[in-house]
Design a protein around this ligand. Structure first.
Ligand SMILES: [Zn+2]
Length: 322
């Protein structure tokens, strides 16, 4: 779908509760073209991207950028390099986090404040916005008012936060951007009232903090999980750990400013690590094998379309003029 004069969004449907509705890959075209994010390392995303470019009659990607290192954004960088010969743009501190996901050559680090000039007046600015992850960046196309946020801002839910103090600072920065018209998030629908949404996010974080402080005041000593259960009573149970992580990042921030004290936990001594990991490894192996078989079967099905069905006729019917 077209977002603005130079921006198009490819929306790949999802059924995973962590990545609501769909995952987005953005295509920005000037004289040169740039993609932002690349999806998980699965055929689905590569087919969608190839198909989408074909549908809009484009054949090249000159630059392929990511908003942060997470695998649902960086999964296909090697492939984009191989298939389109694109130069890969990564956040300046992302390389150690991207082990195994980068091609051997053609990778460039991008810095806060750097401009990416695609020609025809299409120029994006890199904005360092840590919080969701340590390497999170946004891209801003100010002339068209389009902000690409990755997982810093999501289309339909609030995001997970690794460093809350950084995250809040990043939000404060984004809300002040001039000419902001639309946010293109890493997952979910476009945000057409960006300033309202950013203000909501800031308020939401403040409110969560107040809720956590309330729970702490009511109880003598509580775990993050107990706080999570109290302030997210209705949450989809599959998202509880993500919510607990959010509570933990608030607690971390409150601890750092000296508002609360942590009573250290005691880790388990004899965790049967060995047993679990052997079983897990075996499961991983079976899953990978199944995925390979599935991909091979899909490819065979597609290849089969090139020839007539061999299992139907010994001699197929022929036709001639009567
Ligand atoms: Zn992420």
């Amino acid at each position: 779908m077209r977002v603005s004069k130079s921006v198009r969004a490819l929306q790949v449907p999802e059924d995973n509760p962590m990545t609501p509705v769909f995952t987005n890959i953005f295509y920005i075209g000037g004289d040169q073209s740039l993609t932002i994010d690349s999806g998980e390392m699965l055929e689905k995303y590569r087919w969608m991207l190839k198909g989408y470019l074909a549908a809009i009659e484009k054949t090249e990607i000159a630059l392929a950028a990511i908003t942060h290192h997470h695998s649902d954004h960086s999964g296909n960088l090697k492939w984009i390099r191989e298939f389109y010969d694109a130069e890969i743009l990564i956040p300046h501190n992302a390389r150690p986090l991207l082990k195994g996901k980068l091609p051997a050559r053609g990778v460039k680090k991008i810095q806060d404040g750097e401009n990416i000039d695609l020609g025809k007046g299409v120029k994006l600015t890199v904005l360092q916005t840590p919080g969701h992850s340590v390497d999170s960046i946004c891209f801003y196309l100010e002339s068209e008012g389009v902000l690409f946020t990755g997982d810093t801002i999501l289309g339909s839910t609030t995001t997970t936060v690794q460093n809350l103090a950084d995250y809040r600072e990043s939000l404060e920065y984004l809300v002040g951007l001039p000419n902001l018209k639309v946010i293109c998030p890493g997952h979910g629908p476009l945000i057409e009232e960006p300033r309202e949404r950013l203000t909501e996010y800031i308020a939401h974080r403040n409110q969560r903090e107040e809720q956590i402080i309330d729970v702490l005041k009511k109880n003598r000593q509580v775990t993050s999980w107990e706080i999570m259960l109290e302030i997210y009573p209705q949450i989809d149970t599959r998202l509880r750990r993500a919510a607990d992580n959010n509570v933990q990042s608030h607690l971390e921030q409150l601890k750092n400013v000296g508002l609360i004290t942590e009573i250290s936990g005691i880790p388990k001594k004899n965790r049967s690590k060995q047993q679990v990991s052997v079983k897990d490894k075996e499961h991983e192996r079976i899953i990978r094998q199944a995925e390979r078989l599935k991909t091979a079967r899909l490819k065979a099905q597609i290849r089969a379309q090139e020839s007539p069905p061999s299992d139907v006729w010994k001699v197929p019917p022929k036709y001639e003029m009567s």
